[in-house]
Design a protein around this ligand. Structure first.
Ligand code: SAM
Length: 214
């Protein structure tokens, strides 16, 4: 199986052809071994144009969705990025590949351990993982240049807004109904929050103190 060929085909046919034009995002997604982040039975589908199950009712997002969110985040090398919802660890690896210093939180223990293992195996040493409720953020490491929430909640958790740097960007799927959200981009300026709607998305639930109830 030539994974590299499949991966580069994914970049051409699913990302470039749909208007993803940030070369750094395309390069990173052309490098990260997505097939390592899914279970054996799904490896063959790893570069398909779909989200895939990762167990415990959770998913690894469709490659296009990862690309769209990563572009919207406007990450630069050396930035401190907080991700909520490590899941498989794939999105964290894409951010790490772009040179970010990544902090990622997952609430489901077996997913946390699996992501820890694969990120270590692939030598992504610029990713730090934590097990817990990501809606509370990672106060000891705040403030963050960028915050990415990869699960959908009813509103942006207050602690995450507090932990975002002035001048920082936060991306989150927000919706009053479960599994129906709009991707929201927030820019924090001195004393002001600017909000943009980047269109409809469908994410699994953000569960926690500042998310949905379990
Ligand atoms: N970014 C992941 C990837 O690259 O595989 C995909 C994330 S998946 C769509 C959403 C993840 O968010 C799930 O693994 C879920 O357990 C996690 N999650 C939901 N609520 C959370 C919370 N409060 N704190 C941390 N993780 C949470």
């Amino acid at each position: 199986m030539d994974w590299k060929i499949r991966r580069l085909k994914m970049v051409e046919e699913q990302l470039k052809s749909r208007g993803i034009d940030d070369e750094r995002v395309l390069k990173a997604m052309g490098k990260v071994k997505r097939h390592e982040f899914v279970e054996e039975a799904f490896k063959i589908q790893a570069y398909n144009d779909i989200a895939l199950p990762i167990g415990y009712g959770q998913t690894i997002s469709q490659p296009y969705t990862v690309a769209k969110m990563t572009c919207a985040l406007m990450v630069e090398e050396g930035m401190k990025v907080l991700e909520i919802g490590t899941g498989s660890g794939y999105q964290a690896a894409v951010l790490a590949e772009m040179g970010a210093e990544v902090y990622s939180i997952e609430r489901i223990q077996p997913l946390y351990f699996r992501a820890l293992k694969v990120l270590n195996k692939l030598r992504y040493f610029n990713v730090k993982l934590r097990l817990g409720d990501g809606t509370l953020g990672w106060p000891e490491e705040a403030p963050f240049d960028r915050i990415l929430i990869t699960a959908g909640g009813p509103k942006v958790p207050e602690p995450l807004l507090d932990q975002l740097k002035v001048g920082g960007i936060l991306i989150m799927p927000v919706g009053k109904k479960k599994r129906e959200q709009n991707l929201i981009r927030i820019r924090k300026e001195r004393g002001k929050i600017f909000e943009e709607d980047l269109g409809p998305v469908k994410f699994v639930d953000l569960i926690g103190v500042y998310g949905w109830e379990n």
